[in-house]
Write a protein that binds this ligand. Structure first.
Ligand SMILES: [Cu+2]
Length: 251
């Protein structure tokens, strides 16, 4: 597999937060038996310099429902490069505050006007889960373009899959994590150019982040859909006393 070296980089990046948070395992005693937990994210365009990103303007939304360790994922996005695969991931640093990268993350990499994946890592953290169309969904598949979901001819992507192998510590922290969609055909030639190669070890066009959204838990007790915006009040239930409420900066 020609991308083996890249996968090693990704796997290493994913491993770091795990090593840095050895105490996490003690918080897992309540993993099983919880009711469904629902998380939503609004996906907004990554703020590249507008003269460098070929007018990329990707928007979308995602809903994740966790039931007994399984994660049902639905993502809708539009404005993507048509008929090309788009890598999608859950990104984040476990036990850390994460955010979608702002314009100041443009600097670095092969183009100082673009927020390449490596440029954005300090903001949204490493890949934790891959929304692949089939097969493995771990960080190991982070650059598996051949299994990435493909946008239709209008640049719309609809993704639905139930993920069975999401690590428990990721499930526990979904509320602090992000979804990132990648891939922009910058020169609109209908394909991802093989070069330049970015610090991630992948072709720029294939790996360029184009949309990002922060996951927030939706109130599990709210039967009324109009109440979605009030979901914050139940965060304590899912956190179950861990770390006294880190990271809920939105509240
Ligand atoms: Cu990603």
């Amino acid at each position: 597999m020609r991308n083996r070296a890249l996968f090693s980089v990704l796997a290493g990046a994913a491993l770091l937060p795990a090593l840095a948070t050895p105490a996490l395992g003690s918080d897992r005693q309540y993993d099983d038996g919880w009711d469904a937990a629902t998380y939503q994210a609004r996906l907004d365009p990554v703020p590249h310099h507008p003269k460098a990103d070929s007018g990329s303007d990707v928007n979308g939304h995602a809903e994740l429902v966790e039931v007994d360790g399984e994660l049902k994922v639905e993502v809708e996005a539009w404005g993507l490069s048509p008929l090309l695969p788009h890598l999608m991931h859950i990104h984040g640093e476990l036990e850390a505050e994460n955010e979608c990268p702002g314009p100041r993350f443009r600097a670095g990499g092969v183009d100082d006007r673009l927020i390449e994946t490596a440029d954005g890592l300090p903001a949204y953290g490493p890949i934790l889960v891959t929304f692949s169309a089939e097969g493995d969904t771990s960080a190991d598949s982070g650059l598996a373009l051949d299994r990435a979901p493909v946008a239709d001819e209008d640049g719309t992507l609809s993704y639905q899959r139930v993920l069975l192998d999401v690590p428990d510590d990721v499930l526990d922290e979904l509320d602090d994590l992000h979804i990132v969609i990648h891939g922009e055909d910058l020169d609109d030639d209908g394909t991802y150019d093989a070069e330049p190669i970015t610090a991630l070890g992948a072709p720029l066009e294939a790996e360029l982040p184009v949309a990002c959204g922060e996951l927030d838990e939706v109130d599990a007790d709210a039967d009324d859909h109009d109440e979605d915006d009030h979901g914050k009040k139940d965060h304590g239930k899912k956190d179950h006393g861990r770390n006294g409420g880190h990271g809920h900066r939105h509240g």
